[in-house]
Design a protein around this ligand. Structure first.
Ligand code: SF4
Length: 215
């Protein structure tokens, strides 16, 4: 794994609105898709973000107290499958019970038929949210931006999610160390981010121009 790196848009130590329980979140940088209304436009270029050694990210995850796993978002996690598979292997060598959830703009069936590297990442996940964001199908669902996206349980860890209440988990606002505000979560309605930015600006707050989560 030495020398393996991941291009990252943003990380978050704790989040309770992007998957089961309390989780760390890694928003990767770069997505080959262009869903109309994507709320994470700043994560789309592959030449942005910050490059981190996978070992460094793994050590960070292992050192976080009180989380049950990580959510991989973006950007498109399956555009960097080898690095993310290596990251999960690194963490699970020390924390075998560490869970992994990922978002993807690709359908589950397409990932199954895809490149071996993508299949290798898929096989390391417990939960997948699949498919592109479709603004006209945004209905305030839990952890998903639009109703075409599915919660696919890939192991026995999260099979209950399909039977639980399917309403928006909301969003979380965080005051960063430099005093700026950032947010995480799946917007419950189209235009949510723009409205939030306007309301905060009216009160003198500036929202960090980083991703929340692909809507
Ligand atoms: S919604 Fe997701 S898959 Fe679609 S363009 Fe944005 S980051 Fe890519």
């Amino acid at each position: 794994m030495a020398g393996v790196t991941l291009s990252v848009a943003r990380t978050l130590d704790r989040c309770a609105v992007l998957g089961p329980g309390v989780r760390a979140v890694i928003w990767v940088q770069g997505c080959p898709l262009r869903c109309r209304g994507c709320v994470a436009a700043e994560t789309l270029p592959f030449d942005g973000g910050t490059v981190h050694p996978v070992a460094e990210l793994g050590d960070w995850l292992c050192g976080l107290p009180g989380i049950e796993g990580v959510t991989l978002s973006g950007g498109e996690p399956f555009a960097q499958p080898e690095a993310l598979a290596a990251l999960l292997d690194h963490v699970r060598s020390r924390r075998p019970d560490f869970t992994a959830m990922a978002y993807s703009g690709f359908r589950y069936e397409a990932l199954l038929r895809g490149a071996p590297e993508r299949l290798a990442l898929l096989r390391r996940l417990d939960l997948l949210v699949d498919g592109p964001y479709v603004a006209s199908a945004q209905h305030g669902l839990r952890w998903r931006g639009s109703s075409n996206q599915r919660l696919v349980a890939l192991t026995g860890r999260y099979t209950q999610v399909g039977t639980e209440q399917d309403t928006s988990a909301g969003v979380e606002l965080t005051v960063e160390a430099d005093g700026s505000l950032s947010w995480a979560g799946v917007p419950p309605t189209p235009g949510f981010r723009e409205g939030l930015e306007e309301r905060l600006a009216a009160r003198g707050f500036v929202l960090r121009t980083e991703t929340g989560r692909e809507a």
